[in-house]
Design a protein around this ligand. Sequence first.
Ligand code: ATP
Ligand code: MG
Length: 419
Amino acid sequence: MRCEIIAVGTELLLGQTIDSNSAWIAEQLALAGLDAHFQTRVGDNMERMVSSIRLALERNEAVIMCGGLGPTQDDITRFALAEVMGSALRRDPALVARIGERFRSRGREMPGNNLLQADVPDGATPIAEMPGTAPGLICPVGDGVVYAVPGVPSEMKQMISGTVLRDLKLRAGVAAVIKSRTLRTWGYAESKLAELLTARIEALDATGNPTLAFLASGIEGIKVRITAKAASETEVGKLLSEEERRVRAILGDTVFGVDEQTMESVVINLLRQASLSLATAESLTGGLLGARITDIPGASDVFRGGLVAYANELKQQMLGVPPGPVVSETTAIHMAAGVRRLLNADVGLATTGVAGPSEQEGQAVGTVYVALAIGEQVEARRLQLGGNRKQIRQFAVIGILNMLRRRLLTIDDQPRAAP
Ligand code: ATP
Ligand code: MG
């Protein structure tokens, strides 16, 4: 089923309103397994609207229009639709009653021109959802169909999520249930992920079900979205789980979570499972690490606390860091081991480095050392991070959380399933 989205409104062409409606609708169509090949924006002009609708119907089976259903002079979508359908407009008494009720329930008088919104082209059906005073319309044209919904985003969304998608799927004969599962990854660049998954994606292309898609999400890593369709929830669930297993087999433990899971929620779960408590010593990240951990409800089960040891004398006096270069593996190691002892925790994490904008101790901006102490074992890693000060600090946080995650997965050399 090919669909086109037409957003109506001169303000869209003037750049006064950003056409977020089309983006949202396009995403819903993609999630529903429907093809959206074209997006058009057209001003509030009768002739150009009519020709846009005709063109859209020539190259697609379905058209979704948003905007221009209001009661004012420039709202002419219903007239353009009547023209394309070759129909006259008729006032729908049921709509007159519904619109009148909307005003009465808010204790307001209905202005006369709101009655215009009850005018429906012959052959069109009003959309059941009507959160405002503008009725949406389903307009059959030959073998095709045009759905018209209001421009107000909340009203548009209710109608698309309800009647429009249901009706489109019915027409397309799309299987009843479509679901996605998102695998969250950290560690590979998008190009590397694509390379690893190419063979699998090509194999899936043969059937088109399930499908795989990438979504780069900056410091949140890269998401791999699996979408499957089937006749029932159970079957969709089975398809998703089978595909998840295959993708995990290819990507290994770069997959840190699923759907709503975050790096910190996964790490907290792993710590909880292993009955380990955590303490942090932060220099470069200045408390960001502790903040991300305590963002998760229930973090108090495992997080004892942290020390923001920014001044060198604090690092030395409180954490036992020996004098010497601060941006170094030695400092990171002593900070991690020191805070673990000081705060009486099982695990200590530490960050030190150069966030910029200028270099420090002759070390380049983005040079970061992170360390992890578990019991008496301490390991450190040097990270070379890109970006501005803010990004370097954020990457350092997720980098050390990921290091802890991988360590916890192999604790006692016993591979453990991710939660
Ligand atoms: P009504 O809801 O009365 O039928 P309408 O359909 O004519 O109105 P507009 O009056 O064009 O819609 O716009 C109403 C609101 O919706 C405005 O705030 C506008 O910014 C917003 N809007 C309209 N079109 C879009 C769009 N394509 N993307 C995002 N917002 C939009
Ligand atoms: Mg408008």
